[in-house]
Write a protein that binds this ligand. Structure first.
Ligand code: 2IO
Length: 439
């Protein structure tokens, strides 16, 4: 990964690595798509693609564009290879293992875990009438749910979240100082050391959780090594926890900023899938997807050489007027959204990527955000932005609000009838299970 470098200016506008660009990338996407759609950043010798058709092509032409970029960007902190790096039979088999962990009965159990975690984390804020949807709720919620899915101990959530944060920083940094790099690698080592005894225990005494499934799964008739399992656990941890709070906060920001659409969703919760899909289109939490050109290739008249790093700009592609009409407007009723296919391989928006490596957790993500939003909407009566809060987003790779302080009509006591907390007899986690494990 490149070290910190001076920030260059792109011809005719701000560079994509400048502070000005990061403050509000959306302001610059039209210029890039129209005048500089295959933008080269000399300081990191990488290409940035902003047109929908070009991004789609990169993500689906697997012969020309490989995921080899992840070897440098992810492998050092994942301690092994993630799904996105794999190809051929290995990729098909291991992806299937993870898909099974997120569908059918497993997904039903996960929805129960989503509900109980949401209810538990929300309760203290309901009588207050205010909540920061990112820091008070979204982040702990995303981590708690992911730990339940994996079957890890939620009492350790703060430690795990700090380690996972360091790992995510490594993966999603464009430049990294040697000190930060060291810190991120430390986080990865500590999380790996934390996981190894858990893996050992699940091999001996498996449960229903995803760690146990990964331990029990075989590839080519052989169980996966501790290193393989560790990498996939970290893969799920980062991919599930990192974008979730951002998506939830962005959904509520868009709805609050568009009161008629908020009212429509309150009246008809069946509109929630469209609201989530439109949020992902307009403000995707993962803004960049890297690939490596395996041979010389062209975009229009511009040549990208073999070996080049290419970044797909998902936010820019999702606002390409060639793909969506009135692309900068939040409109959950838009006829070109295609809600039903928005969480499938046929999605027109590219928030989950596209092609063979399209997000394996898309159905889980949909269930997670829809379930929690459906719980929040009736509880947060009269929800509005806190008047003294200035809205700010950060991040070039993953991007979301730094905070989303909201006010709403206080709920006198956390009434158990209005907050369903179904704690079923069989949970996806191992004993001791969820209840009372959150502090
Ligand atoms: C974990 C970047 C948050 C993924 C990654 C090395 C591979 C892959 C992604 C997403 C989101 C994370 N890439 N998830 O962009 O698994």
């Amino acid at each position: 990964m490149p070290e910190s470098v001076p920030v260059p200016l792109a011809a005719g506008g701000v560079g994509v690595l400048s502070e000005e660009f990061e403050a509000d990338p959306y302001r610059h996407f039209a210029r890039l798509r129209e005048h500089d759609p295959v933008h080269h950043e000399p300081s990191i010798d990488s290409w940035f693609l902003s047109r929908h058709a070009d991004v789609r092509r990169v993500l689906t032409d697997h012969d020309t564009f490989s995921t080899a970029t992840l070897q440098e960007r992810a492998e050092p902190v994942m301690r092994g290879r993630v799904l996105a790096q794999m190809t051929g039979a290995e990729h098909t088999a291991k992806r299937k293992i993870v898909v099974r962990g997120f569908t059918g009965r497993a997904l039903q159990d996960q929805v129960r875990a989503i509900r109980s975690n949401a209810a538990e984390l929300l309760a203290p804020f309901l009588p207050l009438g205010r909540i920061d949807l990112v820091n008070d709720f979204g982040r702990p919620f995303a981590v708690h749910v992911t730990l339940d899915v994996l079957g890890l101990d939620k009492r350790d959530w703060r430690r795990i979240a700090a380690w996972h944060h360091g790992i995510a920083e490594f993966i999603t940094s464009i430049t990294l100082t040697p000190e930060r790099r060291r810190h991120c690698l430390d986080c990865a080592e500590q999380l790996e050391a934390y996981l190894l005894p858990v893996i050992e225990e699940r091999r001996r005494d498996p449960g229903e959780d995803l760690v146990s499934r990964l331990c029990a799964a075989e590839f080519d008739g052989v169980a996966m090594s501790d290193r393989d399992v560790t990498a996939l656990i970290l893969n799920v941890l980062v991919a599930a926890a990192e974008p979730a709070d951002k998506t939830l906060a962005l959904l509520f920001k868009h709805l609050i900023d568009h009161p008629a659409q908020l009212a429509a969703v309150r009246r008809d919760p069946d509109l929630l899938p469209a609201a989530v899909a439109e949020t992902l289109r307009l403000t995707p939490p993962v803004q960049l997807i890297p690939r490596r050109a395996e041979r010389d290739t062209h975009f229009g008249g511009i040549r990208v050489p073999a070996g080049a790093t290419v970044f797909c700009m998902i936010g820019a592609a999702n606002r390409d007027p060639d793909a969506f009409t009135a692309p900068d407007t939040f409109d959950l009723h838009r006829p070109d959204l295609g809600t039903a296919r928005s969480f499938t391989a046929a999605a027109q928006h590219l928030a989950f990527g596209s092609g063979l490596h399209q997000c394996v957790g898309a159905a889980f993500a949909r269930a997670e955000i829809e379930t929690v939003a459906a719980m929040l909407l009736p509880l947060l009566d009269g929800v509005r932005h806190s008047p003294d809060a200035a809205y700010r987003e950060t991040g070039l790779y993953t991007r979301g609000p730094v905070a989303l302080p909201l006010e709403f009509t206080p709920v006198p006591t956390p009434a158990p009838t209005s907050v369903p907390t179904p704690v079923p007899a069989s949970l996806p986690t191992r004993p001791p299970t969820h209840e009372a494990r959150t502090r």
